[in-house]
Ligand binder design. Sequence first.
Ligand SMILES: Nc1ncnc2c1ncn2[C@@H]1O[C@H](COP(=O)(O)OP(=O)(O)O)[C@@H](O)[C@H]1O
Ligand SMILES: [Mg+2]
Length: 227
Amino acid sequence: MHVIVVTGTGTNVGKTVLSTLFVRHLKARGMTVAAFKPLCSGGRSDALKLAKTLGSVPVDIINPWYFRQPLAPAIAAQLTGRSLCIDEITTHVRIHTGTAEVTLVEAAGGLLSPLASDGDAPELIKALKAYPVLVSVNRLGVIHDVRSALANTALKRIGGAPVLLMAPLKRDFSYQHNLNFLRDELGEDRLFHFPRLSTAALSCSIPVRLEKELDRLLAALKVKLAH
Ligand SMILES: Nc1ncnc2c1ncn2[C@@H]1O[C@H](COP(=O)(O)OP(=O)(O)O)[C@@H](O)[C@H]1O
Ligand SMILES: [Mg+2]
């Protein structure tokens, strides 16, 4: 099992955008892929987007735990009198991955958002022996957010997790400076950036330049593409 955990410096940074692009891109490259958003709270739209992209996988397999309250999953679970542990999540992922060559798991919220009663995304990454990718938005403050997340030992595998900066709706003055600084600090091979994407790119046709960036990112995550 080659597992990639898509985590981020927070919520609304582009984790689902990356996860669905990965699914479409891997399928287009002839790879078999499984995808999960094991914990959803406040809404299930992430899991529905993954279900639509995957094709024939029931949403309850992609998202076995859904809490109505818009809270971090561990807190939402507590409110409903339930307790969920990391082992239950990894067991679900292992059982339902089948023979997929690549398994994607989108974590909820940011790296340290409360996920389960006995751990958060770092513990999930370790339990799945996953390759993590950190997503953030290229805006003022991103350098701090990325540096503080990368200090976590769960993101130190393979010489450090790759970092993806999503272009914001409106660039601020820091945009190019953030890219230059983080490229210098992390190295060309660990820093990736996606432009603001059109609705078409988000749902049907991936531009060639983005395909190349996805290939590069998958290589950093040690995925061996079929072609
Ligand atoms: N590169 C991008 N181009 C266009 N829209 C984006 C991009 N990245 C994120 N978005 C938009 O930003 C919002 C949050 O992205 P999402 O992937 O749902 O974040 P997360 O999964 O981290 O909560 C969504 O409306 C998404 O379509
Ligand atoms: Mg999401």
